[in-house]
Design a protein around this ligand. Sequence first.
Ligand SMILES: Nc1ncnc2c1ncn2[C@@H]1O[C@H](COP(=O)(O)OP(=O)(O)OP(=O)(O)O)[C@@H](O)[C@H]1O
Length: 211
Amino acid sequence: MLALDQVRKSYGRKCVLDGVTIDFPIGLTLLTGPSGAGKSTLLRLVASAERPSAGRVIWDGTPLPAGRAALRRSLGYAPQAVDLPDDLSARAFAMHMAALKGLDLAAADAQFAGIAEAIGLGADIGNRIGTYSGGMRRRLIFAQALLGAPRLLALDEPTAELDRETARLLGALVVERARTAAVVMTTHLADELAPHAAAVLRVEGGRVQPA
Ligand SMILES: Nc1ncnc2c1ncn2[C@@H]1O[C@H](COP(=O)(O)OP(=O)(O)OP(=O)(O)O)[C@@H](O)[C@H]1O
């Protein structure tokens, strides 16, 4: 699956991650650590949304950039912040994402409806995203990441802005997906999900270590 080998990431003179070597096997990997420690940076590297300053990101045995196309075909990514198109309905946006992923649109439409239902968004998918609350936007970003059958899920705080009950609905889907996919996630529900996790890692001081 995915591996990081001696990865360093710097922004200018600031070194955020320093010599990080980790395997992300099938199962749930939770990332914890203080604000600003580099959790989102690590998730962007996992999602190949950024390149390391040094070291290698390896997908199915092939280092990036050669392995990038294959990684992206297998990826579902829910970034922390996205500008969603306010004028589209959630359903139209999801279909746009499905088309970009090369999915069968009829199957993706049915799948999206099912995911939306499971996370309490079912009644709203025909509505314009412009009418959505922060928590609804989070759920939409989460739902599009699950479309298809991604073998790698990078989820950056999908439960932010959600009440506990709704966050648990997302957590249940994450645990289910982690049976067949490598799921790397930050969440304020980490304590609750930890019993279901293959690993809980702490990002701090440029290092990533078991929490
Ligand atoms: N594009 C960028 N340019 C410069 N610095 C950046 C950039 N992205 C992140 N950083 C810096 O890298 C550090 C790690 O940021 P990151 O967002 O990865 O932390 P985090 O652990 O996800 O924080 P939080 O829990 O608050 O979301 C911070 O000091 C941040 O300011």
